[in-house]
Ligand binder design. Structure first.
Ligand SMILES: CC(C)(COP(=O)(O)OP(=O)(O)OC[C@H]1O[C@@H](n2cnc3c(N)ncnc32)[C@H](O)[C@@H]1OP(=O)(O)O)[C@@H](O)C(=O)NCCC(=O)NCCS
Length: 219
């Protein structure tokens, strides 16, 4: 089965551009992939030099977007690359896909990956037609867990034992999942929250189905 995903487009958000990653991004990405602290939970060896990072990018570029796509995270204001975000292990038959991301440390906790992930999730659900997006996260990676949770991902289980090879060591991860229906509900709730009061006519959903206030921040 093929669903004709030929190439992945540049995505845009308020502060960011997300163009497909390119070999010319190797030097900038090395500032992240060469940083052992930023790579602490990543299943990709810490780059020792720009050539190592170029090798990673070339492997990403070798895979068709039907299965995998990686974007650079670029700040509109400076034009500089500050991170990467991707989907991988896409399964078009069962319509699910996994997401991954890393940002340069000096940009952490400014809502930037939230902004990028919002755009990539929209692409996964609305353009690729995914029914489910997954993230596998080390139990101590609180930043990645919180990032997923704010989009409504649920921690569904784990630890999946020795699922990832990180810095030469097999590590356990928790599995997080977000369903298409949950994504659509969140988008509808965000749109309703943003619309003027007179248009808010429909009754609110039952409390148990309502995303928390944190999940309704639009980035
Ligand atoms: C995970 C990562 C991409 C998050 O990026 P970020 O741009 O700092 O995330 P955001 O600023 O969009 O924050 C998202 C949420 O996580 C929270 N958060 C961010 N860093 C956190 C931390 N160290 N501890 C706890 N919560 C954190 C933010 O407060 C925010 O939650 P909120 O909406 O309730 O305020 C970044 O920490 C990173 O690059 N880590 C190294 C690579 C990595 O581990 N990738 C994931 C592999 S599974």
């Amino acid at each position: 089965m093929t669903d004709n995903v030929q190439k992945h487009p540049t995505l845009e958000t308020r502060r960011l551009l997300l163009p497909p990653i390119a070999a010319t991004d190797a030097e900038a990405l090395f500032s992240i992939f060469g940083d052992a602290e930023a790579m602490r939970f990543m299943d990709c060896p810490v780059s020792q030099n720009v050539g190592d990072t170029l090798g990673v990018i070339e492997r990403w570029m070798f895979v068709f977007p039907e299965w995998h796509a990686t974007w650079a995270i670029v700040l509109r204001q400076t034009g500089g690359l500050i991170g990467m975000i991707n989907y991988h292990h896409r399964d078009p038959w069962n319509r699910h896909v996994e997401v991954g991301y890393a940002l340069a440390r000096r940009h952490w906790r400014q809502g930037l990956t939230s902004e990028a992930l919002g755009a990539v999730l929209a692409h996964c659900f609305e353009t690729l037609g995914s029914n489910r997006v997954e993230a596998t996260i080390h139990p101590e990676n609180h930043a990645a867990a919180r990032l997923a949770e704010r989009f409504g991902f649920r921690c569904e289980g784990g630890p999946l034992r020795q699922r990832k090879l990180v810095a030469g060591e097999y590590r356990d991860v928790m599995i997080y999942g977000l369903l298409r229906q949950e994504w659509l509900f969140r988008q509808a709730a965000l749109a309703q929250a943003a619309s003027p009061a007179p248009h808010r006519e429909s009754a609110p959903p039952p409390a148990g189905d309502r995303p928390s206030a944190g999940l309704l921040r639009a980035d």
